[in-house]
Design a binder for this molecule. Structure first.
Ligand code: NAD
Length: 443
């Protein structure tokens, strides 16, 4: 971790300059992208056509318009989504996103990716995802609570600890999960209250969450990066990284990697981008974001444009914000050895092709960020058994799970001569196919 004294001398972040906006929402069919990968993986390992057909669309797509009374007395209508992609291996499982760019198709894509992640990690969960199309930074905490509770109430029986289990994602956190669980537990009747804690994961520890969940996605990414470094004979000590998105995933990744000697030299979020060639103090920046909601105003970095951020030379780039951030332009700008995808779908297919042709390694989302759902599963098991595991137990289990998945994906990639993303999808598909072949379809 850097404790660079020069951090306090450079100006604070500014919003991105005009013309340096992200690609989000620009005619991008995220669901089609995920379907194309599904096709490529199905071909690579000869998946039965009927399995491919079933998995090509989610089982259920819910859209709920619900009213909430705002602080000023006005009633505002919100649009919420829950997509349940597949529950062959276990309950639907996946995050809830609060963001102005949430669309049904994006939620479908994210829900499908959860199905692959659970199967890849050998977790008895299926895939789901949901969210509300609004800006959580634009409402008060009391309004945020009412939005969350009203949405949970509207979802009703469509979620449940044995049926569909939400978790945090962009714009939501442990507090959001505490409100969701509390609302749900008040809907099931007094005698069932205690048994439904597992309706959500990513809860605060005191409310039935698990130690190690908050950092789990970043921690899982670190285990993957360590495996990659071992495979490539790359020394992480003294290496550099750039991070887009400094929320839950990005900040924990930076903090944990700083302990291994990796210095974060450029960061960005929805408010702008900052560089510090000496390395940021990841802990302090994390504290700043926790307090102020973004990197804006952090005194330890020089403001740069989005283009300058992507062009910053480093060993590792970690996209930890949103999908479709690395297109052709960004892929040509990037000057790194490794991309470790914390976000879901950050690299678009055109960008990916350029990067792979240039010899940049990509640890794909379905593998790299699956530490989150893995530790969510540990939380759910603890809730079922009324147990509390130590952080060391959680970390050890997660390390074993990530290393195994990394090895399986990398072995299959080598064997079939396919890239790691297609290999990760292929492994997941094979496991789901095996169960469909045994159980067949009803009736
Ligand atoms: P978060 O809300 O804690 O952080 C999101 C970050 O992205 C923030 O720093 C925000 O400022 C930034 N951001 C938002 N819009 C942006 C834009 N247009 N340009 C640049 N930055 C922008 O969310 P999170 O939980 O850290 O999730 C980040 C990503 O990781 C998402 O893609 C999510 O699906 C994925 N993910 C999260 C988890 C988890 O456990 N939380 C697990 C797996 C994958």
């Amino acid at each position: 971790m850097s404790t660079n004294p020069s951090e306090s001398k450079v100006p604070a972040a500014i919003p991105p300059a005009p013309g340096s906006r992200s690609n989000v929402g620009r005619d991008y069919d995220f669901f089609k992208v995920v379907q194309d990968y599904l096709d490529r993986a199905a071909k690579a390992v000869n998946i039965e056509p009927f399995v491919r057909t079933i998995l090509s669309q989610p089982k259920n797509e819910l859209i709920i318009n619900f009213p909430v009374k705002m602080d000023n007395g006005e009633v505002r209508l919100f649009k919420g989504y829950r997509v349940q992609h597949n529950n062959l291996l276990g309950p639907f499982k996946g995050g809830m996103r609060y963001h102005p760019s949430v669309t049904l198709d994006d939620v479908k894509a994210l829900a499908a990716m959860m199905t692959w992640k659970s199967a890849l990690m050998r977790i008895p969960f299926g895939g789901g995802k949901g969210g509300i199309k609004f800006d959580p930074h634009g409402v008060s905490k009391a309004e945020l609570q009412r939005v969350t509770r009203r949405f949970t109430h509207a979802l009703g029986d469509n979620i449940g600890p044995e049926y569909d289990i939400p978790a945090p994602d962009v714009g939501t956190n442990a507090q959001t999960m505490a409100w969701m669980m509390d609302t749900y537990s008040n809907m099931v009747g007094a005698s069932s209250k205690q048994s439904v804690k597992g309706v959500v994961t990513g809860k605060p520890v005191a409310s039935g969450g698990t130690l190690g969940r908050a950092k789990a996605t970043g921690q899982g990414m670190v285990f993957c990066v360590v495996e990659w470094a071992r495979e490539k004979n790359f020394d992480l000590e003294g290496s550099t990284m750039t991070v887009q998105g400094f929320g839950n995933v990005g900040s924990h990744l930076a903090v944990i990697l700083s302990r291994l000697g990796v210095s974060t030299i450029a960061v960005g979020d929805h408010t702008g981008y900052l560089v510090n060639p000496e390395g940021f103090n990841a802990h302090k920046l994390q504290d700043h974001v926790e307090k102020h909601g973004s990197i804006a105003g952090y005194p330890g970095g020089k403001a740069i444009t989005r283009e300058e951020f992507f062009a910053t030379k480093a060993d590792i780039f970690a996209p930890c914000a949103l999908e479709n951030q690395i297109g052709e332009t960004e892929a040509n700008l990037l000057n790194v050895k490794l991309i470790v995808e914390g976000a879901n779908g950050p690299t678009n297919p055109a960008g990916e092709k350029i990067l792979l042709d240039r010899g940049v390694d990509i640890l794909p989302d379905v593998l790299a960020n699956s530490g989150g759902v893995t530790v969510s599963y540990y939380e759910w098991v603890q809730n079922k058994r009324s147990e509390s595991w130590t952080e060391e137990e959680v970390d050890e289990k997660l390390e074993r799970a990530m290393k195994r998945a990394y090895k399986e994906v990398s072995d299959l990639g080598r064997l079939k001569k396919i890239d790691l993303r297609v290999a990760a999808y292929a492994l997941a598909l094979s496991r789901i196919e095996a169960v469909y072949k045994e159980r067949e379809i009803f009736p």
